[in-house]
Structures are given as C-alpha cells and as structure tokens.
Design a protein around this ligand. Structure first.
Ligand code: CP3
Length: 351
C-alpha cells in the first residue's frame, strides 16, 4: 500500500505539496511561556540532557501551532557535551578549556566519537512516539567550521578573531580540528538517524565570516565530507549558511536537498544563483513578527511571491525567532502561509 508523504518531506524532494510547509528555526524556545516555565525549574543543560524534558520541549510548539515539522530540542554544541571541554551555557555556549594550540587540538583529536548521543537517542524515540505522522522530526548538527569557531574562541563573539587568527597561525592544526569535527558530526547524525530522525540539518552560523575563497578552502571540504557520509541514510539534508549571500553558489555544490537562505537574500535571487535542483528554505526576517498584522501579512506574501509557484519551498524565518516574539504572531504566520498556498484540488503524492 502506498502512503502519502508529509508536506515537509515532499517539499524537501521538490514534489507537489497540498500547501507550502512551514516550520520555524528556534521554534522550541524562550518566546513560548510554557518553555520559560520549564526553564524556571531546570537549567538549559538539564533540559537538553534529560530525554523526557527534551522531548516535551520539542513538542511544545507542535501542540500550539499547525507546524509542518518538529525540530529536536538540543543544541549545535550537544555533540561536544561530555568531551572534557567544560561546556556550559551563559546563555550562549562557553568552552572553559578552548583549543588554542596545536598540542591541544592533537589531544582532542584522540576522541573522535560524538558526545550527547545517549540522551539524544532516547529523546528522539520519545518524540517520534508522540508526533503525528504528518509532522516529521528534523534533527541537526553544527557545521564543522561553526563548531571550530566556538571551540577555539571559547565563547560567542561577533567576529571570532581568535578562531579566525588560528586558521592562519596554525593551518595544519586547523585542518585537523575541522576534520575531527566532521567525524563527530557524522557519528552524531548517524546516531540521530538510527533513533528516528526524518531530516538532517546542518547549521553553519558563522560561515558568513569568511571571504569566498576562504569559505571554499576551509568550510566546504569538511562540510562536503559530512554531507556525503550521511547520504546513504536516505534522509533529506538541509544546509543553512547564515549570512551566506556571497557563498550561495559554492554552497549549492554541496550534496544537499535543501538550502536554507537567511532574510537578507530574496528567494528569487537565491533561486537564480543555485538553479532548480534544490529546495529552498526561508526566509522571513524574524523581526517582521514585530510588525502590525497588516504589515506582517504583506511581508509573508512577499516571501511567498519571491519563492514562486513551484513546489520546492519550505517556509521559515531567515534566522531563529527572537525570544521577545508574541506567540500569536507565529499562529498568524503559520495560518497565513497555509491558507495562501492551499491547493484545493490537491491529489496527494504517493511514495
Ligand atoms: O530550533 C529549535 O527550536 C531547536 C533547538 C535549537 C537550540 N539551539 C536550542 C537553544 C537549535 C536548532 C539551536 C542551534 C544553535 N545553537 C545555533 C545555530 C542556529 C543559529 O542561531 O545560528 C547556534 C549558533 C547555537 C549556539 C547557542 N545556543 C547560542 C548562541 C545560544 C544562546 C543564545 C540564543 O540565541 O538562544 C544557545 C542556547 C540555546 N540553544 C537556547 C535554546 C532554546 C537558549 C537557552 C536558554 O533557555 O537560556
């Protein structure tokens, strides 16, 4: 018997959809009062490490909104948890013992396995038992270069000067560290797939710090390694290079099904650059959710127009939702995208 493919998974494959699917980066998080209530009782690491709590937070936005996908509540730093780096959150990631010498990188390279796997495995199984079939579960990892930035810098930073200097001062150690981070991402993503992940996303939040030739030299090889290694799993792969406008043509050479586009590049322009073979995900400015309803509606419609009429679009914000966003605006957004794109006579695609 054939089964219909949920709209999110169909869009990842550029198949016809009954409506444009939508989910929201950071949909499980601080703008939700029910998340803040849990955070009053538990710190962030406890939420992340406790499968029952992580599953609950993952499901919170799904209960509230008609979203087309869930994303596992975890962090890009989760695979580095338990690797003796002194990871904590304040509120961004802090590495107590950053890797700032070739010797430190070589010692770290002895690890290779990913951290956080056990709790993530259990959280994914709990979420899959509780999610409706039409809402697939996205799991994710940090791109090697983005994790490199945190590991060398030791904390969040605007321009990551220590990490970028390390690329020049210690090219061999940098290449080794990026390769180790690629292996960690592969082990982590494979574990997520075994537990029940239905799509895999790679967040490259700091790719935009690099000039195009540096991006091609530093970021792309470990990224290509990760994406190629997880290809056999058969899950859609989504790559999101934040601030990636100058990098989109290179990013489009990666083996992915979906490219995430931030709010700065119109989707029509992104489509010109990347061509027809990938689905695009994005890209309403997260701040548009602070506009009045009429203006918000116009902004939503503009993103839909930019995406064009083809099926290969997954609606999202152009970056994570702000913590001070009114949840009612999210409800309005989800509803408008669904209504504006509903195909009344849709004959469901089959697999
Ligand atoms: O999207 C989701 O709902 C799933 C959960 C998720 C979190 N972090 C939970 C989280 C995801 C996908 C991430 C990815 C992540 N984490 C990225 C890539 C996306 C991006 O924003 O560019 C990055 C760079 C991080 C690193 C990180 N973790 C930062 C900078 C911060 C603090 C500030 C912030 O923006 O929230 C965190 C902590 C974090 N990760 C929180 C949440 C809900 C807040 C923790 C709290 O409750 O205090």
């Amino acid at each position: 018997m054939s089964e219909t493919l949920p709209p999110f998974l169909a869009a990842c494959r550029r198949l016809p959809v009954p409506h444009t699917p939508i989910w929201i980066m950071r949909q499980a998080g601080r703008y939700l009062p029910e998340y803040r209530a849990l955070r009053e009782k538990h710190d962030f690491l406890t939420l992340m490490r406790t499968p029952e709590l992580a599953a609950e937070v993952t499901l919170q936005p799904i209960r509230r909104f008609a979203l087309d996908a869930a994303i596992l509540f975890a962090d890009i730093m989760t695979p580095l948890d338990g690797l003796d780096l002194g990871l904590r959150f304040a509120p961004g990631p802090v590495i107590e013992r950053p890797l700032r010498t070739a010797a430190a990188v070589e010692a770290f390279a002895a690890h290779r396995g990913a951290g956080g796997v056990e709790s993530v495995d259990q959280a994914i199984r709990l979420v899959r038992e509780r999610l409706p079939r039409e809402v697939p579960l996205i799991c994710f990892a940090g791109a090697p270069f983005t994790l490199f930035c945190y590991l060398v810098e030791g904390r969040a930073s605007k321009h990551f000067p220590t990490a970028r200097a390390f690329l020049y001062a210690e090219p061999a150690a940098s290449a080794l560290l990026l390769d180790v981070l690629a292996d960690i991402a592969i082990a982590y993503l494979e574990a997520q797939a075994r537990a029940g992940a239905q799509a895999l996303m790679l967040f490259d939040s700091w790719a935009g710090l690099l000039a195009r030739d540096e991006y091609a030299r530093v970021c792309l090889p470990p990224m290509r390694k990760v994406l190629a290694a997880v290809g056999h799993l058969g899950l859609p792969r989504i790559y999101f290079p934040l601030d990636g406008a100058p990098l989109l043509a290179d990013a489009a050479t990666l083996p992915v099904e979906v490219l995430g586009v931030d709010w700065r590049t119109p989707l029509s322009r992104a489509r010109e650059i990347v061509g027809p073979t990938l689905a695009l995900q994005g890209n309403l400015d997260p701040m548009a959710l602070f506009a009045d309803d009429a203006e918000l509606d116009r902004r939503i419609d503009r993103v839909l127009e930019e995406a064009g009429s083809g099926p290969a679009h997954i609606f999202n914000l152009g970056h994570g939702i702000e913590a001070t966003t009114d949840p009612d605006k999210v409800a309005r957004l989800v509803d408008r995208v669904h209504r504006a794109t509903a195909v009344p006579t849709f004959a469901q695609s089959t697999v």
